[in-house]
Design a protein around this ligand. Structure first.
Ligand code: PBG
Length: 325
């Protein structure tokens, strides 16, 4: 007897496709990045990220309440540091009354259940725009790690639920874990940007925070995009050092890395759908070349299908609106 396989049976209607779909997006999948600036009542559109805004803290707090009401449960905070506060060591990053620390407190006060994650890296605070301390045109590792550990404790003191080191220095996860423990912050999580590549797709983000490197590039610390096995090595080390969640970044050109990492470890994997990936869809949609709504859902579903348990994306709010319709 010849068995007849009609694969199209499972594709013939919206209903059957829905029943057998392997990957379903939900608001629980998303982390919402937020850009916070000094001042009050300020909401500035980022030119290279149309539809995305830098906001002062008062408006950010309202935004966070709205995000929570939509079912979004996690925000990732970035601040724009004033130029006059920047120096080589990122001293302002440790200021207990700095914009980041005030933001964490205000958001946790207004919306205590929202999971607050914070960026840990020196670049927004660095006069050189690098993620670490500069000596003789080099980014020095161990001195930077000490500052990152102190910065993490400072964010935990302000009330951060998770710190998210995005710097790619060696050994920073264990140093951060130890510093948090030493200060009694045994409930503060670490989402490690473990496989973060030196990518052109961060361009719009650097516009948003005015944090582009003043000299050179970030290739001596961020990964070479030619490499796949190295990502697994980085991730395994971060898991060993105490990371609670690991991240692959960017997402769309790195779906193979997301899958490789997902297969290699048992802790949650996040992916960062970065600023340039957002900008590409926006630009094509503006030209009338792509249907934005469809491109958003297809991209985010693809990232989840690749193996991401969590997705940091500037499209989180938009996606939730689409999912609700
Ligand atoms: C800072 C940091 C960057 C991003 C997140 N944290 C920029 C960089 O490494 O230069 C990029 C995010 C995005 O492009 O959306 N260490």
């Amino acid at each position: 007897m010849q068995v007849i396989r009609r694969n199209r049976i499972l594709r013939q209607s919206y209903a059957v496709r829905s029943l057998v779909a392997e990957t379903i997006l939900s608001p629980n999948d998303f982390i919402v990045p937020l850009f916070i600036i000094e001042g009050a009542g300020i909401r500035e559109e980022i030119p290279s990220m149309p539809g995305y805004f830098r906001m002062s803290l008062d408006l950010t707090v309202n935004e966070v309440k709205e995000l929570w009401s939509m079912g979004l449960k996690s925000v990732l905070l970035f601040i724009k540091c004033k130029d006059e506060l920047k120096d080589n060591k990122g001293t302002e990053a440790l200021n207990p009354n700095g914009l980041m620390q005030r933001s964490i407190k205000a958001i946790k006060d207004a919306c205590p259940d929202m999971l607050v994650m914070t960026d840990i890296a020196l670049d927004p605070f660095s006069s050189y725009g690098h993620d670490g301390i500069v000596e003789n045109n080099q980014i020095v590792n161990d001195a930077t790690v000490e500052v990152l550990a102190q910065m993490s404790v400072s964010h935990a003191q302000a009330g951060a639920d998770f710190v998210a080191p995005s710097d790619m220095m060696d050994g920073r996860i264990i140093a951060i874990r130890e510093a948090l423990e030493a200060d009694g912050f045994n409930n503060t999580g670490i989402m490690a940007y473990s496989a973060k590549y030196a990518s052109c797709f961060y361009g719009p983000f650097r516009d948003a925070l005015d944090s582009a490197p003043g000299f050179g590039d970030k290739k001596t610390y961020q990964m070479d995009y030619a490499n796949r096995k190295e990502a697994v090595k980085e991730v395994l080390m971060d898991v060993e050092e105490g990371a609670d969640i690991v991240m692959v970044k960017p997402a769309m050109a790195y779906l193979d890395i997301i899958r490789e990492v997902k297969n290699a470890i048992d802790i949650p994997v996040s992916a960062y759908h970065v600023s340039g990936e957002y900008a590409m869809i926006k630009a094509a949609a503006k030209m009338g070349w792509l249907d934005e709504n469809k491109a958003v859902l297809e991209s985010l579903t693809g990232i989840k299908r690749a193996g991401a348990d969590l997705i940091a994306t500037y499209y989180a709010k938009h996606a939730v609106q689409l999912l609700n319709n």
